[in-house]
Ligand binder design. Sequence first.
Ligand code: APR
Ligand code: PHB
Length: 389
Amino acid sequence: MRTQVVIIGGGPSGLLLSQLLHKQGIDTVVLERKTRDYVLGRIRAGILEVGFVDLMRQAGVSERMDAESFVHDGTVISYGDEQFEINFKEHTGTSVVVYGQTEVTRDLYDAREAMDGKIVFNTENVQIHDADSDAPYVTYTVDGTEQRIDCDFVAGCDGFHGVSRQTIPLTVRKEYEKLYPFGWLGILSETPPVHEELIYAASDRGFALCSMRNDNLSRYYIQCSLSDSPDDWTDEAFWQELKRRIPAEHAENLITGPSIEKSIAPLRSFVTEPMRWGRLFLCGDAAHIVPPTGAKGLNTAASDIHYLYTGLLQFYQDGDSEGIDSYSEKALARIWKAERFSWWMTNLLHRFPDQSPFDLKMQAADIAFLRDNHTAQSVLAQNYVGLPY
Ligand code: APR
Ligand code: PHB
């Protein structure tokens, strides 16, 4: 088999890239190791920057998002019972869109199916060959039969645990990582959101986040120990702890209910450089991970896809390789700013086990400065709604 671009990974990055390229007549094959239903079973975040929304529009996959999503002009930051709003619209003139990543992925799968896009599910042993040559190819096994696809380029959209990043030799690849000494225990409940906007809550007991998916589907998180497991937390214990971490006025209004999903995610900052090796390009979680505090996971994948899509289009339509040659540098420039923002938000709002009384005073002063200073709020707003591509 031969195609122009092999895309490894059928998550949001791979699907969006495939859809964008296909709409421009560029042939792709997506290799996904799981099934569609398995991929759609993953619960992920739900904040979309305007840049991501624009890409979905370019891809012709925005109808349900436009109909069912919420537009948020700001967010609440709280510290104990004290709270203040950061008004994104006032500071930046733009907002964010609240729409579950699971729904984004579902819409992308539906669009791929409608265009008869080529996706191979349940692939095993995907291997990238001769990525540093002009004739790369990919081998994989499906239903016990080994297959080979010759291509022009390979897009590694296979997430943090994928094969693409590992294909780049350690003599070429440099990795940067920071692990955080806590996790996020998240639940999904069929209850109305506690507030019309998100609440990022710092407290003496640790961080909490009140988010949502729709008028009757709420997403809540509390910072928890890395040694915790979801089974350690009954729903009742979760709700009680959440109420202790958010302002009393919200705790009193919180409508609780049975969790329909409960999971713990570790927090990590990670970047690999470069994001290109020969004809192999890394996109999304394959190249970088952020702690979810800044809601940047999918939104950093989006700018990678924008740069790679634009570069491949330039290559195929104009025979100009400037876009693909500058991909890694451009993508990393924006990634590192998103890494910084996510790291900063995480340090601002979480309790760290080794914090001294002085450290706690510095954290409180940081939040007080953000509360009182218009410029500080503008800096947070610019980063949260998304820095320019
Ligand atoms: N072969 C084929 N497919 C693979 C392989 C492999 N060797 N390894 C991983 N995959 C698939 C996974 O099953 C998954 O469906 O690649 C896909 C990667 O998807 P994601 O992990 O969702 O990564 P990405 O598409 O970049 O989306 C980034 O997802 O994890 C969140 O917070 C992150 O919101 C961000 C978004
Ligand atoms: C979510 O809705 O899951 C969510 C929102 C904002 C974040 C992280 C997760 O920063």
